[in-house]
Write a protein that binds this ligand. Structure first.
Ligand code: FAD
Length: 425
């Protein structure tokens, strides 16, 4: 068992990273991006591809945050159904959001293809109904997307076909979405960084931003080992945004999510477990999500923390994995790790501006593998004077997470615990 690397199995299996220097001294730039995850890297790539020379600073190394340690699952749409969004925001706004979410998935695929990023991208995501009650909603949503959004790369499966495709008979049905998919998260992050670097972005690792000062004429970013003066700043720090931008603290919370990787499955098990090769997420609020890796390991994520990160993550996740795949009882878990999933009260991404010079995009609430591509791109558009598409997200009403600085996280944990109880009913 190795729990040494923060990104667990991903760090052990990723292609070598391109190293970037630590910031030293003073720099001046048109646009500074804070955060070297997918959001910041997509913003850097979009800006550099358009001829700008953005500077990106990362506190640790590229992909150190959620982008280097997530489930790798590419989801369709947002955390709220299109029907619910239409009721809440109106038909046109909901449709405009849908167009951008579809663009986000296309952008992931195009970027990977254009820059030859070798990150094991595969099509196919199954949303599996964990109980009878969750099935009608899934069917309704699937039909709604087909009828009103012409989304036709998705179809429902009955319990029998779901069992055949997944190699487990615990589900009551499932939705097979060829528009979804999965990839190796850290390879994707490192590939994005190399592409942005090649396009002309200037990337600095181990360069934490400590404070921002907006004088009205420019923004000064004070870092651990230097200072940057920028015309515009793009904040791409997700769960950590509140530390550098305290005004945003009340809108962002996080839940710690746990993932394990087994040893490579022996051929007789590899054939029976997830024979369709898709990634799977179930319909629980505190969901199980899993997929097989390139070399046939089971990557299983099955719990979120209520109050702290446990010392033995594998023991927490293993019973969930065995409840789904009892045939894996003799298989060893070789890696276990966790990461902070940035969430908002509405479970919608939060994009906006703190001033005319400081933009932010975060809070993808567990759906950031796809949505960060558009979050980064829209910030790049906004910073270069085109806010039209950025505002489609920025106009979504936000709600503060209750509890203030000290009670917010305990309240998030309590809410999570309540949802977990609902899941078990
Ligand atoms: C365990 C886990 C599983 C997940 N599974 C999925 C999934 O299967 N599918 C899905 O769609 N989404 C998933 N997510 C969510 C998804 O990973 C995130 O939404 C996405 O990676 C966010 O990307 P980001 O670039 O906005 O933030 P991050 O990847 O968190 O990047 C932010 C970066 O900013 C840096 N930073 C922070 N503060 C500073 C500072 N002051 N100065 C400089 N740098 C700073 C951090 O070090 C970090 O590298 C998961 C998340 C986790 C943690």
């Amino acid at each position: 068992m190795s729990e040494q690397a923060p990104q667990g199995y991903y760090a052990a299996s990723a292609k070598p990273s391109r190293p970037f220097p630590r910031l030293a001294g003073a720099l001046k730039t048109d646009i500074c991006i804070v955060g070297g995850g997918y959001t910041g890297l997509h913003a850097a790539l979009a800006l550099a591809a358009a001829g700008a020379q953005p500077v990106l600073i990362e506190a640790e190394t590229i992909g150190f945050g959620a982008s280097g340690r997530n489930g790798g699952q590419i989801h369709t749409g947002l955390n709220q159904s299109q029907a619910a969004l239409e009721k809440w925001l109106g038909l046109q706004h909901a449709r405009d959001l849908w167009i951008l979410t579809e663009e986000s998935k296309a952008l992931v695929r195009q970027t990977i293809a254009r820059h030859g990023i070798d990150c094991g991208l595969r099509d196919g995501l199954v949303i599996a109904a964990h109980n009878k009650r969750s099935l009608p909603g899934l069917i309704e949503d699937t039909e709604y997307l087909a009828k009103h959004y012409r989304y036709d790369c998705v179809r429902m499966m009955d319990a029998q076909e779901t069992a055949q495709k997944l190699g487990t008979d615990i589900y009551h049905g499932g939705r097979f979405d060829l528009g979804g998919g999965h990839l190796h998260p850290l390879d994707y992050a490192r590939g994005l960084a190399a592409a942005a670097d090649d396009a002309g972005a200037s990337i600095w690792e181990h360069s934490r931003a400590l404070a921002l000062e907006d004088s009205g004429a420019a923004v000064t970013i004070r870092c651990e080992s230097g200072t940057i003066t920028a015309d515009k700043v793009l904040l791409a720090c997700d769960a950590f945004t509140g530390k550098i931008a305290p005004k945003l603290e009340r809108y962002m919370g996080y839940v710690e999510s746990f993932i394990t990787a087994t040893e490579p499955l022996p051929p007789h098990l590899a054939e029976t477990v997830l024979p369709c090769g898709a990634a799977v997420a179930d319909t629980r609020h505190v969901l199980d999500y899993y997929r097989k890796s390139r070399e046939g390991r089971m990557l299983y994520a099955g719990r979120e923390s209520y109050f702290s990160v446990p010392a033995d993550i594998a023991s927490l996740v293993r019973p969930r994995m065995l409840a789904t795949f009892p045939q894996l009882r003799d298989v060893k878990i070789e890696y276990a790790w966790s990461g902070a999933v940035g969430i908002t009260a509405t479970r919608m991404p939060h994009l906006g501006a703190l001033s005319e010079r400081i933009f932010f995009a975060h809070g993808y609430s567990g759906q950031g593998v796809a949505l960060t591509s558009i979050g980064g791109k829209l910030m790049a558009e906004a910073a270069t004077g085109n806010r039209e598409r950025f505002d489609v997200f920025a106009r979504v009403p936000v709600r503060a997470i209750p509890g203030g600085k000290y009670f917010k996280q305990p309240l998030v944990s309590l809410a999570l615990y309540g949802l977990k109880l609902m899941d078990s009913l």
